[in-house]
Design a protein around this ligand. Structure first.
Ligand code: DQA
Length: 287
């Protein structure tokens, strides 16, 4: 079972009574139990830690190296000036995701700066308690990218590589109900392999559907509600949300990763970020 340490920085012990107009009325304990239940299906063991002391947070980061598989940290005010916490994160090999309840990019000038974000796997802010849950998902994505790299380190052929990517992603995320890869073939996208219910769309003209649009527009697309998007080509009435990420070999799009979920609005920037890393790994290994 994977283990994650959730570290809360100074003043977060006062959540629930502290500046409630900014941070809400939920206590830290209640946020911790939310993370436990929201992430339950990932089968991860969580440990929670809060301290108002920089040194204690640093010690806890150090101990993560040998004790856990990942860290989600809200360094709170230390975010904006603690080079010591930044150095502690940079010193360990364990992946760390920085999170904030509020969107620090929209607050006072002194809060817009994080001295630690660039040594973290990702920074997620502005989603309240969900920032912590999305932080957990960012770690799951990071582990999936690493697994894809290690399991395909001995230069596999394209077919094996694409099958392994679909299998690892589908296995890593219970919210992925349909995971597939399409490859560009002339002016169409052809389904290479998938996990989930069979799709009627095995060949999609570029420009049609959300899949076709991602290739035509050369960008990842997140659709929180497929029924509200006129581009959506219905595959299953159960599908509620979708993410499509183009795969490049050099400057050319060679295909795309397409994922559907039966749950609405489950794809966010952190999913896009690690799926783009997965696409980059395919691009690097493409023969
Ligand atoms: C915070 C943002 C910080 O600027 C602030 O000092 C905090 C909480 C957040 O979660 O939004 O204490 O990290």
């Amino acid at each position: 079972m994977k283990k994650i340490d959730i570290i809360h920085g100074p003043n977060l012990n006062l959540l629930g009574s502290r500046e409630t107009e900014i941070y809400g009325t939920e206590s830290l304990e209640s946020i911790n139990s939310y993370v436990n239940s929201a992430a339950e299906e990932y089968g991860i063991a969580f440990d929670f830690f809060q301290s108002n002391h920089e040194g204690q947070i640093i010690d806890r980061i150090h101990s993560a190296e040998n004790n856990v598989d990942g860290v989600v940290i809200n360094p709170a005010a230390f975010t904006h000036y603690s080079i010591a916490i930044r150095d502690a994160i940079a010193a360990i090999k364990t992946p760390v995701v920085e999170v904030h309840l509020t969107d620090i990019s929209q607050r006072e000038a002194f809060r817009k700066i994080s001295v630690s974000a660039d040594v973290c796997v990702d920074q997620i802010c502005g989603f309240g308690k969900n920032s912590y849950f999305f932080g957990v998902e960012a770690l799951v994505g990071h582990w999936a990218v690493n697994r894809i790299r290690t399991e395909n380190s001995s230069t596999p052929d394209n077919d094996k590589l694409l099958r392994s990517v679909v299998e690892i992603l589908h296995e890593s995320f219970p919210k992925y109900d349909w995971t597939g890869i399409y490859l560009v073939d002339g002016d169409a996208l052809v389904l290479h392999n998938f996990q989930g219910a069979p799709s009627p769309h095995t060949r999609i003209p570029i420009g049609q559907g959300i899949c076709g649009a991602a290739v035509a527009e050369e960008e990842s697309i997140i659709v929180p509600d497929v029924n509200a998007d006129p581009r959506y080509l219905a595959c299953s009435i159960e599908t509620k949300s979708e993410i499509v990420v183009p795969i490049y070999s050099g400057k050319n799009i060679i295909g795309e990763i397409d994922i559907d979920s039966h749950r609405p609005d489950v794809f966010h920037k952190h999913d896009q970020k690690f799926l783009e890393q997965v696409a980059a790994v395919i691009g690097e290994k493409w023969k």
